[in-house]
Design a protein around this ligand. Structure first.
Ligand code: ADP
Ligand code: MG
Ligand code: MG
Length: 248
């Protein structure tokens, strides 16, 4: 599904990604771990097309299609979704309204008709029930006054509604407590499916106790320097990243 080859990318003329190669097949969950400043968040921004990141070499394709040639909204319409590390609070806008607007923007980019109000509500009720969410919470202004755990739950709900095909969770700096860890991991596990792939970026081995990745990759100084099964995350927890540190 996702195929990244020899990707080089810079911010303000500083090269951050230095020949990154990564394949995530459909149906799999891959974890990326690595020391602070390795380029983990940069990878997620380059894949989603955030401004300010310049790709100087290499490629990234989704189902064979050149991702890097697409505008950010076109990537979203193809089903690329990056979780929000710092969730937006939008006073006055009910969460459901926000999500319906996002859904219709995606549909428009795909040339599909807008979802009708009854269809949308039916889907929202079904997804809320699946995720054991209180439906009334979705009528409140988006994230305003929500606890950390409630914001995480809202994020997972948004993902379930938008039904992305390729999902990136960058949790590095969010300081998840144990409740939030469970919410995120239950949500991710519920979204596992044969036609969807996920990249879970994390500092915490703990998250991977709940998510159980198919593969674990170590990102150090802008490259994937080691890959393995879930046992690699345990090794990193025990021994740290020193072994994998390389001269930048
Ligand atoms: P990680 O997520 O692995 O901690 P990042 O991708 O956030 O790493 O950052 C990788 C490197 O890029 C770091 O050295 C960081 O200081 C640098 N960097 C990140 N954003 C910017 C920016 N806007 N301008 C210049 N350097 C940046
Ligand atoms: Mg960081
Ligand atoms: Mg980061």
């Amino acid at each position: 599904m996702l195929s990244v080859k020899n990707l080089h990318a810079s911010i303000e003329d500083k090269e951050i990604l230095k020949g990154l190669t990564l394949d995530v097949p459909a149906g799999e969950v891959h974890a990326i771990m690595g020391p602070n400043g390795a380029g983990k968040s940069t990878l997620s921004y380059v894949l989603t097309g955030r401004q300010g990141y310049e790709v100087t070499e290499g490629s990234a394709t989704l189902d064979g299609e050149d991702l890097l040639a697409l505008e950010p909204n076109e990537r979203a319409a193809k089903g690329v979704f990056l979780s929000f590390q710092y969730p937006l609070e939008i006073p006055g806008v009910p969460a459901l309204t926000f999500i319906r607007t996002a859904m219709n923007a995606q549909r428009k980019a795909r040339g599909e008709p807008e979802i009708t109000a009854p269809e949308f509500l039916k889907l929202a009720r079904a997804k809320a029930a699946e995720l054991k969410m209180d439906f009334d919470m979705l009528k409140r202004a988006l994230n305003v006054g929500f606890s950390g755990g409630e914001k995480k739950r809202m994020e997972i709900f948004q993902m379930a509604m938008l039904s992305p095909r390729f999902l990136i969770l960058d949790e590095t700096d969010s300081g998840l407590d144990i409740d939030a860890l469970r919410i995120v991991s239950d949500g991710v596990n519920a979204l596992r499916s044969p036609d969807r792939a996920m990249l879970v970026i994390t500092h915490y081995q703990r998250l991977l106790d709940y998510i159980k990745p198919d593969r674990v990759h170590v990102l150090s100084a802008g490259r994937i320097v080691a890959s393995g099964g879930p046992e690699l995350a345990l090794e990193l927890e025990r021994e740290g990243y020193d072994k994998y540190a390389r001269a930048a």
